[in-house]
Design a protein around this ligand. Structure first.
Ligand code: NAD
Length: 374
């Protein structure tokens, strides 16, 4: 159990608010997931039920931009670890996608079904405002378009809303993953035809569902899993999908595994179960450990690095903050370049005998280092 020490910097909201914002960077630095993060904030408001973490990993390329996850983590330390890993991923994602933003991510510890009261969300909006543009956020697991719209009424630091913004990023993320999945298929098989290709989708939320629609339309044979049995049943009805138990989805006998739920699904424990030849999905931090990428490669599985293939939503939302404002056509053109980036990574990986995720990290780091030395 992590105990927050006395705050080194305390940001004070204006007025009589009970919200307190603590700098917990030094506490975070004691965790294995800490990776030189610039700043980690914890926002607490007991009366309004808020415990939120905003992790800012690296701002070499611009202010931090990343989604807000609402999830009932079993401990503060687990939530902090999630925020640290996710924000680091955002740094790499932005760098690879060529968006002028740094990596950040927020986690609100709450049940997304019962905990997102207007009071909690308004306390969180206040926290975002107090951070004064250090961090821009959008939807993620547990935070819906309606929630983002609600936050936008109270703070300017939210993108991906219908209140003058680019709307829900999830369908754009799904589109990018769909294009990336086809690029992986073409790389492996010489054709990107999805007709009768077996695809197992884990997680039927905002991205997973939109992706299933595209895969179904393209003729793929779907297997699905969701911890929400209702969603799986709806997918069975809508797409003729086979329902698989959540614990078994990675080992399903299909061609492509599509993780669209939470992280860590590809691990030492699950890799031996894999029958698919491709892993390509939207979930962040799909690999439990960095080294798992090599295990995948040695097993002959082509892995589309998560932060490359799932950058569509980021590209779309980031376009709101660019000069001239949001231009959907230009944003979608950039999303359409995700397959090109993946093809380059796949080719280099094969040529160099190194995991695709190592190649992706190298490209991202080169860009970040170049920004530092400019
Ligand atoms: P969501 O909250 O809308 O959906 C997540 C779904 O996964 C839910 O239906 C949930 O019940 C299910 N789920 C959770 N744990 C599961 C498990 N163990 N097995 C099966 N199902 C499980 O979230 P989303 O916005 O669709 O995001 C999905 C993933 O994609 C997340 O990892 C997110 O960080 C990542 N991502 C999302 C976006 C975006 O634009 N929304 C962009 C980039 C990355």
């Amino acid at each position: 159990m992590l105990h927050i020490r006395e705050p080194r910097t305390l940001k004070k909201p204006v007025g009589a608010s009970a919200l307190e914002i603590l700098d917990i960077t030094a506490d975070a630095a004691g965790l294995p997931a800490y990776d030189g993060h610039e700043r980690v904030w914890c926002g607490r408001d007991e009366a309004r039920g808020l415990t939120a973490i905003v992790a800012i990993h690296n701002t070499a390329l611009g202010p931090a931009l990343g989604g807000t996850r609402v999830w009932p983590h079993e401990s503060f330390e687990a939530a902090l670890t999630d925020a640290l890993r996710l924000s680091r991923g955002m740094t790499y994602k932005s760098a690879i996608a060529g968006t002028p933003f740094g990596g950040g991510k927020a986690v609100i510890i709450a049940d997304p079904k019962t905990g997102k009261t207007p009071a909690l969300l308004s306390a969180y909006a206040e926290m975002l405002s107090v951070l004064e543009g250090q961090f821009f956020t959008a939807e993620d697991v547990g935070l819906t378009l309606a929630d983002a719209d609600f936050l936008r009424v109270h703070t300017a630091n939210v993108v991906g809303t219908t209140r003058g913004g680019s709307g829900n990023p999830s369908p754009v993320t799904a589109h990018g993953v769909f294009l990336g999945l086809k690029a992986a298929l073409a790389h492996r098989r010489g054709t990107d035809r999805l007709d009768k290709v077996g695809v197992a989708v884990q997680g039927l939320g905002a991205v997973g569902w939109a992706l299933c629609e595209k895969l179904h339309d393209a003729g793929a044979r779907l297997a699905v899993a969701d911890i929400d049995a209702g969603r799986a049943a709806r997918a069975q009805e809508a797409f003729g999908a086979e329902i698989v138990a959540a614990a078994d989805i990675v080992g399903t006998d299909v061609d492509v595994i599509v993780p669209c739920a939470l992280g860590g699904v590809i691990s030492r424990a699950t890799i031996p179960q894999l029958k698919a030849e491709i892993v390509a999905g939207s979930a962040n931090n799909q690999l439990a450990r960095h080294e798992d990428a090599r295990l995948l490669m040695e097993k002959g599985v082509l892995y589309a690095p998560d932060y490359v293939i799932n950058a569509g939503g980021l590209i779309n939302a980031a376009a709101e903050l660019g000069p001239g404002g949001y231009d959907r056509e230009a944003a979608m053109e950039r999303v359409a370049r995700i397959p090109e980036t993946l093809r380059d990574i796949f080719t280099r990986s094969e040529r160099q005998g190194r995991p695709t995720s190592d190649i992706a990290a190298e490209i991202a780091m080169d860009r970040i280092t170049a920004a530092f030395t400019r």
